[in-house]
Design a protein around this ligand. Structure first.
Ligand SMILES: Cc1cc2nc3c(=O)[nH]c(=O)nc-3n(C[C@H](O)[C@H](O)[C@H](O)COP(=O)(O)O)c2cc1C
Ligand SMILES: Nc1ncnc2c1ncn2[C@@H]1O[C@H](COP(=O)(O)OP(=O)(O)OP(=O)(O)O)[C@@H](O)[C@H]1O
Length: 275
């Protein structure tokens, strides 16, 4: 899979290097069950038409850009993890558009012309609530007409879990209340984070979400070790630690993947305040 970062200055370059494709549209943080349905549908259409499967996503998050940074979106995954998840689903090209206010304000016609038609898109797939362009006026339902009937479209109906729309926002809420089983149900896989332990400390980057403070059953994986253990999280201080300090030696100064299972207890801050 190719990963292409689009900005004003390289737009034309990539337009001329595109080929016919079916595209899936959206931010796709977490690549959850709703997103999976969108991408699987686009994959089936691409296979049927024998064209490439592309995903067109954005960065940073539109809510952060449109609120002038006032709304902080804690991401569920890094761009690298998102790319791996998309690649595993059969995506050929992953475009990441530099999301700016100017881009958000494009008239829907112009977005379709410059970012879809000139990129070789013959068919677009997005969810019922995906909007694009100034005032969010463009929808997947209006895309065919707005494209001058040059690009067909499929609208994906709402994917729900126990009557609620599966969304990145809902998953963030569940992580922040420690409901990891529910998160797994919404994502279709357990929640994972990638981090590094340097000189005995987890270097968690605050741009990425951490579960509610507490003790968690986790799986830790480095290049050389994989084991189940308990970690504690002090969310307010963006801190992760081992309850069994003897385990540190296996993971110190390594990149690690944490797979989060159950929250087993509330966090007793005083117990670790002096460690
Ligand atoms: C391709 C594209 C994707 C967009 N995706 C989102 C999005 O996921 N979330 C969002 O809040 N706005 C998104 N926007 C921005 C909205 O379409 C719209 O510009 C925004 O809600 C601001 O509306 P305003 O013109 O009334 O300020 C996107 C815009 C474009 C062009
Ligand atoms: N539950 C769902 N059912 C159907 N389509 C969905 C669902 N969730 C997201 N989509 C679609 O998947 C694409 C990517 O979704 P996007 O990341 O923008 O939304 P989201 O998961 O609802 O996030 P947020 O909570 O930030 O709004 C969009 O086309 C969107 O309409």
């Amino acid at each position: 899979m190719e990963i292409i970062h689009l900005k004003d200055t390289n737009l034309q370059y990539w337009q001329t290097r595109s080929r016919e494709n079916v595209v899936a549209l959206g931010f796709f943080d977490g690549v959850h069950k709703g997103h999976q349905h969108v991408i699987d549908t686009a994959k089936a259409a691409a296979d049927e038409k024998s064209v490439s499967l592309d995903v067109m996503s954005f960065f940073p998050h539109p809510k952060t850009v449109l609120s002038n940074g006032k709304i902080v979106v804690q991401y569920l995954m890094t761009l690298d993890e998102k790319a791996k998840a998309l690649e595993a689903m059969g995506v050929d090209r992953f475009y990441i558009v530099n999301f700016t206010k100017a881009f958000a304000a494009l008239p829907p016609e112009e977005y379709i012309e410059e970012y879809l038609y000139k990129f070789g898109t013959v068919h677009a797939v997005a969810g019922f609530d995906f909007t694009y362009g100034s005032k969010g006026a463009g929808t997947i339902g209006t895309l065919y007409e707005t494209s001058g009937r040059r690009i067909t479209a499929t609208e994906i109906g709402k994917v729900e879990c126990h009557g609620e729309k599966v969304s990145s926002t809902l998953i963030r809420e569940m992580i922040l209340t420690g409901r990891m089983q529910k998160v797994e149900e919404l994502m279709g896989r357990p929640f994972t984070t990638h981090t590094r332990i340097s000189n005995g400390y987890f270097q968690h980057q605050p741009a990425f979400i951490l579960p509610e403070s507490g003790y968690y059953d986790v799986m830790l994986e480095s290049r050389f070790h994989k084991l189940k253990c308990t970690l504690y999280v002090d969310n307010e201080n963006n801190h992760i630690g081992f309850t069994d300090k003897t385990l540190l030696k296996h993971f110190n100064n390594r990149n690690i993947k944490i797979t989060w299972f159950n929250k087993t207890a509330a966090f007793a801050y005083k117990q670790y305040a002096t460690v």
